[in-house]
Design a protein around this ligand. Structure first.
Ligand code: SF4
Ligand code: SF4
Ligand code: FES
Length: 238
């Protein structure tokens, strides 16, 4: 079938941006990323986009398709093309470097604010797990969903709160904060609570749930945020 794409274009270092229409023949099962490859190989070699794994693992091919963030490697073209023109834009809430390529610095800056690593209570030279380090199935269950995050920034792009409040760390960083807050091996709880309560921390979230809708890995950031809000608030009360 024929598919029509309306794609955002921008040259690096230049102010102006434009849109370009591409028409392609697509086979059943082809994804938007396949179309990008075809456009670059056959029509315009200057067309820029990001990808690596082609299998919804690396998190680099996020774009906005018909106004919603999604992975290009996981979004089939045919059902969209049947409805009309497929409109593709770069992720939002980040500056565009070229065409569909964004500068992820604000995403990683927010992410780094939550100290995304395990803080040990004491210096450990032998990192072999001991019985003390083992987690119960219930503790592990609490973390399972959030460790699926592939840092694609789809949630960050479509979070309305982040759009109006550049201090808000955004859904993915909140998930990471939750991930270490509920890890019984972590020794940095005080600092994590401080980050959660700080301006731009989890309490800045306004419960729009866009993050849940667009997340390609079903991480459900709002669920993690809600859990953590309750937990941090009860620590406050006690
Ligand atoms: S629920 Fe919170 S984090 Fe998710 S999109 Fe809304 S404001 Fe952003
Ligand atoms: S929470 Fe989901 S949408 Fe957000 S970065 Fe992780 S995988 Fe992507
Ligand atoms: S190419 Fe890796 S997630 Fe799409």
């Amino acid at each position: 079938m024929k598919a029509r794409f309306d794609i955002f274009r921008k040259k690096p270092g230049r102010r102006g941006e434009s849109r370009q229409i591409f028409e392609l023949e697509v086979a059943p099962g082809e994804v938007v990323l396949d179309a990008f490859h075809r456009i670059q190989e056959q029509i315009d070699p200057t067309f820029a986009y990001r990808y690596s794994c082609r299998g919804a693992i690396c998190g680099s091919c996020g774009v906005r398709i018909n106004g919603e963030a999604a992975l290009a490697c996981r979004t089939q073209v045919a059902p969209l093309a049947e409805e009309g023109v497929v409109v593709v834009d770069p992720l939002a809430n980040m500056a565009v470097v070229k065409d569909l390529v964004c500068d992820f610095s604000p995403f990683w800056d927010a992410y780094n604010r939550v100290r995304p690593f395990l803080e040990r209570r004491e210096e450990r030279h032998d990192e072999k797990l001991t019985w003390d380090d083992k987690m119960t199935p219930a503790q592990l269950d609490q973390l399972t969903r959030c460790v699926d995050c592939i840092k694609c920034a789809a949630c960050f792009s479509d979070c309305p709160k982040r759009e109006k409040d550049r201090d808000f760390i955004g859904p993915a960083a909140c998930v990471e904060l939750y991930r270490f807050f509920f890890d019984p091996r972590d020794g940095g709880r005080e600092k994590r609570v401080e980050t959660a309560r700080s301006p731009g921390g989890i309490f800045a979230c306004e419960n729009h749930a866009n993050c849940v809708k667009v997340c390609p890995k079903d991480v459900r950031p709002l669920r993690a945020i809600t859990f953590m809000k309750k937990s941090v608030s009860s620590e406050n009360d006690s």
